[in-house]
Design a protein around this ligand. Sequence first.
Ligand code: 1CP
Length: 353
Amino acid sequence: MGVEPTRRMMQVLAGQALDPPPVWLMRQAGRYLPEYRATRETAGGFLDLCYTPKLAAEVTLQPIRRYAFDAAILFSDILVVPDALGQHVRFVEGEGPRLDALASADDIARLDPVATAKKFSIVCETVARLRSDLPAETTLIGFCGAPWTVATYMIGGRGSPDQAAARLFAYRQPEAFARLMDLLVDVSVDYLSQQISAGADCVQIFDSWAGSLPDDEFARWVVAPTKRMVAALESRHQGVPVIGFPRGAGANAARYVRETGVTAIGCDTAEPLGAMRNLAQMRRKASGAIAAQGNLDPLLLVSGGEALDRRVDEILEAMDGVPFIFNLGHGIVPQTPPENVSRLVNRVRGDGA
Ligand code: 1CP
């Protein structure tokens, strides 16, 4: 075996504070990049892109070539899990995902965990390719959606501002909903575990709609399933870091960290910098430090200029001396000028500032 490469993001996930902090951006591969749009056209549909390892690896690498981010995130989507379970998923150009919505306990009973093997193994082929094609110092992040967030799409059939369909389903048919959540926990653990075995250094669980729940439901549908996933992953892959991203958790963020056992917490745009710093100073029961990741407003990356520089500096100053990974508070939006991303990365790294 060769010498272990130094992956800066992994050092932070192990509890070190680095100056400058490692940086990567959620949705760093995507339509704001002309080379992504070109590859996307050759792939056909969006899911075809996710299920073609050569092309999925290519679009993952594109932002690494341009910006030398400290981490690459597997190119895929959280809706690969419902698709692999046999629910019909398609992406409508300019509108987003559409699924044949689950409406009953029978619909849930028809989902087939055994059927996931084929599609998960295709995604893991992308992971394996990436681990061999990436620079040795680049951390490779695997991911999935959290059970609650994935369930909102499975039940709603599409994205929605309030996740009303899933919330109503959970209130009206609690037993069926609990079965769906249990199934998603099990399948998502297998999926992440396979990504880790294929070469992912760490994983991120995206709970994009964690913010829409009252606190009892937050405990039941966000904290508890995530806690089960973290414990199962820890028993299969000891010490592999898990980043949780409970978007919109607000005052529940500290509880999420304390109770789930995640290694790091992704903070959304609304998290005050002082609160993000406090999260990065929490301790884990098992093994020490927590890291925080976030939280620049993606729209500041669209507008750019000195306001962008100022906010980057404020974030760096607020997080100085604690384990921190620079990121956005949510994904890059398609109208982002690629040169603003260079400006951001240079500013974080103190190059040409
Ligand atoms: O046409 C296209 O190119 C589609 C745009 C797109 C892209 C680039 C979609 C459709 N998904 C993705 C990739 C993607 N999705 C990644 C890849 C890696 C990277 O970050 O570079 C990741 C991690 C995701 C995760 C994802 N998908 C989330 C969680 C994070 C978040 O943004 O909150 C969610 C909610 C989705 C669902 C989804 N997929 C695509 C869209 C447009 C949406 C949101 C739909 C909605 O709620 O209306």
